[in-house]
Design a protein around this ligand. Sequence first.
Ligand code: BG6
Ligand code: MG
Length: 216
Amino acid sequence: MSLKACIYDLDGVITDTAKYHYQSWKWVAEQMEYHLTEKQNQKLKGVGRKESLEKIMKWSGTRISEADKQMYLLKKNAMYLESIDTMTPSEVFDGFKEFNDLAKAAGLKVAIGSSSRNAIRIIDKLDLVLEFHAIVDGGMTENSKPEPDIFLLAADKLQCDPSECLVIEDSQAGLTAAKKAGMKSILFGDDKGLKGAHLQIDDWLKADLEKFKTLF
Ligand code: BG6
Ligand code: MG
């Protein structure tokens, strides 16, 4: 077996959108008279929009109608879109493009596998649309991470077997999804509390394709 494809998570792996999610979730929490901490925001990484709202409601002990839930989801996303619409290609993490070019030059397939329904909009803002063989976002599968659907669809689009794919993730939901998909994974970042990754890198400048190949 050999490495045939890299499937990248987007938020927190290619660019830092967590700070924009935090601003808008903090506003939602404030409407519930609750202060959402940065530590709690970390726990929302990789978690879908609706599921994130449900977690905030649980933490704050808030019960609201289905209509209000929908209203908060719409408002949160509107605020988030205002932030991401200011993003520019300078917000791509250092070294990502170089690694991705190297992977493609080595004959690997590359895809995005993101829980975000805004993934394509962000990738467009970062001017990366043409850099991938496939893009799978949170609107394309029934189940979001930690279920494996997003990564399995990406592998399918790349015409690769899951066992030949390497997932690069920064969240527990994503690492769990990779495991359920039967894929090897790399933890991006230094969150020591996360489990299940086969390797860890602090940033893209530390990414070593030859080392990644030894996992297969
Ligand atoms: C994930 C983010 O990639 O996408 C989560 O890490 C976010 O924080 C989720 O909630 C859904 O994103 P969106 O853009 O569809 O609200
Ligand atoms: Mg992420």
